[in-house]
Design a protein around this ligand. Structure first.
Ligand code: ATP
Ligand code: MG
Length: 426
């Protein structure tokens, strides 16, 4: 048997401890609030899917499918995969449940994703995303609205240092014409290409534009630009999107090298980036994927979506206690002796009946009053309720501020709910 000291979390998969969980919860609540405000509704799908789903949607020749998926054989031999992203599952569920027939959908999801990458700051093997997808709308208006919504996330979070990068990948047809020119250009510098790039030259040359290899930078920078090869419809879509963003006052940079790591994108692609996180600077990324539903077996339905990396955003929000959800108790109940413990339990239950929002922690495990008061202080509560033998016998209770020098008051137990409600604004 392995010794206990070997029992650790899997590399690249992190525990979220209570000290940080409150900030996560506050972050998630705020994002959910904005999503709901734009008419998005939550969808939850399983974490495990048939491997084929991701091969068919993300694309065989992508980093994710080639080398990052957690794929395993189920006991009956089926090939299953821990989801590396959320869009494929969302589309699968929508097709399966008929959510896309002659209707529009605005959906969001949140949860863990799994990719076998090299763990480093901002890059983990289990990480978390919140994403949104909109189906059944093919115009640039929904692209613009969705980007405005992401801008609002940062505004509500008080994040000023994220920038929007924008590009258009056009339709598959104009991409394939462009692709030939790109391949010709890259072949002219074949000796500069790394192993990955050489392999992708035939299978997925656009991904080479996305390279992080500095040795290939110059060659890639000199490559023809996709934006110059857009068909009329894609060009109009892109122009209109930019006009809408201008009208809404959402600034952006055009980045012709922005191609995104997944195969299914068409037309609009965008990323929100920051310089504050080192190499892992993309906090939110998305785009339009008009062919994906059909590719996964549904009738053709246009789609657009994005996903944000929660760990990276929380990295930007380090030390920001103002966004943390309130989780500390407001009131701590201290009790001396058995009779007081019984009275305290009953009083606590009555208070929870009267004030459902109240966060109250009841001392457990006994201890001297002095030690219980230390626990009360450490709990973060602002108020202690003190039940000594005498208070218990007289059906009253001491109310003591833990954060000021104010003297302890004695109140009738029947009046304590009103007193707390007034002091805590409940
Ligand atoms: P990157 O270029 O950083 O690898 P990506 O293009 O693979 O990102 P997407 O698949 O678009 O990322 O996922 C959307 C967002 O999820 C990213 O912008 C990032 O914030 C986050 N993300 C992606 N992979 C990871 C990871 N391994 N660890 C933490 N966050 C991640
Ligand atoms: Mg990646």
């Amino acid at each position: 048997m392995a010794s206990a000291k070997n029992l650790q979390a899997i590399r690249g998969m992190n525990d979220l401890l209570p000290a940080d969980a409150a900030r996560w919860a506050g972050f998630e609540a705020l994002i959910r609030d904005v999503l709901t405000g734009y008419g998005y509704r939550e969808i939850r799908t399983p974490i495990v899917e048939a491997t084929e789903l991701f091969c068919r949607s993300i694309g065989e020749v992508t980093d994710i499918v080639e080398k990052e998926m957690y794929t395993f054989a189920d006991r009956n031999g089926d090939s299953l995969t821990l989801r590396p992203e959320g869009t494929a599952s969302c589309v699968r569920a929508c097709i399966e449940h008929g959510l896309l027939h002659n209707q529009q959908q605005r959906l969001w999801y949140a949860g863990p994703m799994f990719r076998h990458e090299r763990p480093q700051k901002g890059r983990y093997r289990q990480f978390h995303q919140i994403g949104a997808e909109a189906f059944g709308m093919d115009g640039p208006d929904i692209d613009a609205e969705m980007i405005c919504m992401t801008a609002r996330f940062w505004q509500r979070l008080g994040l000023a240092d994220v920038r929007l990068q924008l590009n258009s990948l056009g339709t598959p047809a104009c991409r394939s014409a462009y692709r030939d020119k790109l391949v010709a250009h890259l072949r002219s510098g074949y000796e500069l290409l790394d192993e990955d790039a050489r392999r992708r030259l035939d299978s997925n040359p656009l991904r080479i534009l996305d390279t992080k290899n500095p040795a290939m930078r110059e060659l890639v920078d000199a490559a023809p630009v996709l934006a110059d090869h857009l068909d009329d419809e894609s060009a109009r879509h892109f122009e209109r999107l930019r006009a809408l963003l201008d009208a809404a006052g959402v600034g952006y940079e055009l980045n012709p090298r922005l191609v995104r790591g997944l195969d299914y994108y068409t037309k609009t692609v965008f990323e929100w980036v920051t310089d504050r996180l080192g190499a892992q600077g993309t906090v939110c990324a998305g785009g339009r994927y008009d062919g994906l539903v059909e590719q996964l077996g549904g009738r053709p339905v246009p789609g657009v979506g994005f996903a944000m990396g929660i760990e990276r955003l929380l990295g930007l929000l380090e030390g920001r206690d103002d966004i943390a959800a309130a989780t500390q108790p407001q009131v701590y109940v201290v009790m001396a002796g058995e009779a007081a413990e019984a009275a305290g339990l009953v009083l606590a239950e009555r208070l929870r009946d009267a004030l459902p929002q109240l966060r109250l922690q009841l001392n457990a495990g006994g201890g001297q009053i002095k030690n219980q008061m230390k626990r009360a202080d450490k709990s973060g509560a602002d108020w202690a309720l003190v039940l000594g033998e005498q208070e218990a016998a007289q059906a009253c209770v001491g109310l003591k501020s833990l954060r000021t020098d104010a003297a302890q008051e004695t109140l009738a137990q029947g009046g304590i709910a009103a007193a707390l409600a007034a002091r805590l604004g409940l």
